[in-house]
Design a protein around this ligand. Structure first.
Ligand code: ATP
Ligand code: MG
Length: 509
């Protein structure tokens, strides 16, 4: 019976697998099988007729594996630990336990792997509870629209591509364009926002992860963060399940009515780990040699991120999956899949990166489909026009390069656009609170920097921000409380801003 189910499962994918798991209790505890073949991070076993999909198996030496292929003849297993010492003939025992990950407060501030092993040199974390790594996403009935901003602290995103708590926003771009940096800054900015973060590093080099951990620590952001990590040396099975373990860890907080954020850095490497496993398990390859169900795998993972309705505690889990593109090809298989699964994307352009326009976000290629509604009203009133005019400016600027004589209007639009672009520049790891961003946007929008040379704008913008924040704390507070500002309020903001510029110019004279 189970063998037949196993074959069906293999043919129809995991959905059926879940249905089976839900209807038939775990039967396999204490069963024993034998390794037929092993290598590359997988093992194929004989025996174990009662095994369930996603069940944990124990190999000699304590190595764990997860059953993923259930054929009538054979069970395919991905290993979660080094499998070099395993060989044909070894005995394997079923645990009767579904693959799970540790969850809880104790994991905050720690660097661990998917199974809860300490990777930061500290004591093993105290694990009070474990939950399955594969869990069904909340029902539509249990979900609520996103209503609160997930503030990244990055002007280009919060102003022009605003994200809400519970949203899934893809971060994509070629290698070395600043993708990780933006995700890390978003985590740093949650320091005083009460959002618990999980940074999930998949298949990265150890030094890269150490750098992220160090940055988080230096910016007081590790205490509200869990780092879950599988390196490029780890077996593909561990790299693959890390994304699920991270999701389960963040979900725990969402289900307590709290807000969580999970960063997957990155899902390109996650997809590669799955491809590696599938090829080793001799599943038929599809487009770009990825197994046909990779789309399903990613959509199921990201479906778990949402904003729960009040009946379910009102918590949220936002997701920032990262994808690395090759030669800016966003129409390759994995990027197109992810674009269609998420609620928008932030696209990083190597062209902008090399011009030093950091963060190198290409606004015209980026979109946020649901977060706009969560933007603070005061922010929306300054930013709504900005996005369109900024895109127009970018087009005009390219066009203007080929023309020697420009009419006055075009010249003005270009000059203004250049100033907006200066204001959108931001150094990494310096996220800004919303009111500071609103002040900066308002100042450039009102033309306060129109007479300044472009190279002086960044310094002027910083002065304006700092001065207005100090001079008008009450107004700034109201902006962040979600209040609308009336004309008098805005005039007060601009007066304070002009004061700064006036005094700095006096100082120069
Ligand atoms: P990879 O493809 O290697 O994962 P990535 O796209 O994640 O790269 P990052 O590692 O975030 O890119 O950034 C690449 C480099 O650019 C880093 O050295 C980082 O310090 C620098 N950088 C990124 N954003 C900024 C910024 N806003 N200001 C200054 N430097 C930046
Ligand atoms: Mg990176």
């Amino acid at each position: 019976m189970n063998a037949v189910l196993g074959q069906l499962l293999d043919e129809t994918g995991q959905a059926l697998g879940d249905a089976i798991r839900r209807t038939s209790p775990q039967l396999s505890a204490q069963e024993v099988g034998v390794v037929v073949e092993t290598g590359g991070g997988i093992a194929r076993l004989r025996g174990l007729p009662g095994i369930g999909a996603n069940e944990l198996l124990r190999f000699p030496g304590g190595v764990l594996g997860i059953a993923i292929n259930l054929d009538p003849e054979e069970v395919g297993v991905m290993l979660l630990g080094a499998g070099e010492q395993l060989s044909a003939g070894d005995e394997v025992s079923a645990t009767g336990r579904e693959a799970d990950a540790p969850v809880g407060e104790e994991l905050l501030g720690r660097v661990i792997d998917a199974t809860g092993r300490s990777l930061d040199g500290g004591k093993p974390p105290r694990i009070a509870e474990r939950r399955p790594i594969e869990r069904p996403a909340p029902e539509i009935m249990d979900r609520a629209p996103v209503s609160t901003p997930l503030e990244t602290g990055i002007k280009a995103i919060d102003a022009l591509i605003p994200i809400g708590r519970g949203q899934r926003e893809l971060i994509l771009g070629d290698r070395q364009t600043g993708k990780t940096s933006v995700a890390v800054d978003t985590i740093i900015n949650q320091r005083d926002k009460g959002v618990i973060c999980v940074y999930c590093a998949i298949g990265q080099r150890g030094t890269a992860v150490a750098r992220v951990v160090d940055t988080l620590r230096r910016h007081d952001a590790l205490a509200h963060t869990i780092v879950v990590y599988a390196s490029d040396d780890d077996p593909p099975g561990l790299r693959f399940v890390t994304a699920y373990a991270a999701t389960t860890m963040a979900e725990y907080f969402m289900e307590q009515g709290r807000d969580a954020l999970v960063v997957y850095d990155d899902l390109t490497r996650h997809a590669r780990a799955y491809r590696e496993l599938s090829l080793l398990l001799r599943r038929p390859p599809g487009r770009e040699a990825f197994p046909g169900d990779i789309f399903y795998i990613h959509s199921r993972l990201l479906e778990r991120a949402t904003h729960l309705g009040d009946d379910r505690g009102g918590g949220s889990m936002s997701a920032l999956p990262i994808i690395e593109t090759q030669a800016q090809d966003i129409s390759a298989y994995i990027p197109t899949n992810l674009i269609s699964i998420t609620d928008g994307q932030v696209y990083f352009s190597p062209r902008l990166f090399h011009k030093g326009l950091l963060p190198a976000i290409d606004v015209s290629e980026s979109v946020s489909r649901v977060g706009g509604k969560t933007q603070y009203p005061a922010f929306r009133s300054v930013a709504s026009e900005l996005r369109l005019s900024y895109s127009q400016f970018e087009e005009l600027e390219t066009f203007a390069r080929f023309s020697t004589r420009l009419d006055e209007d075009t010249r003005k639009t270009i000059e203004h656009g250049r100033r907006v672009r200066e204001v959108l520049k931001q150094h990494e790891h310096q996220p800004l609170r919303a009111s500071a961003q609103i002040v900066a946007m308002k100042a450039v929008d009102a033309g306060l920097f129109a007479d300044l040379p472009v190279e002086d704008i960044r310094a002027a913008e910083e002065q304006v921000r700092e001065h207005v924040l100090a001079a008008e704390p009450e107004l700034c507070e109201r902006m962040e409380q979600g209040e609308e500002l009336d004309e008098d309020d805005w005039e007060q903001v601009l007066a304070a801003a002009r004061e700064t510029l006036g005094s700095s110019r006096d100082a120069e004279d």
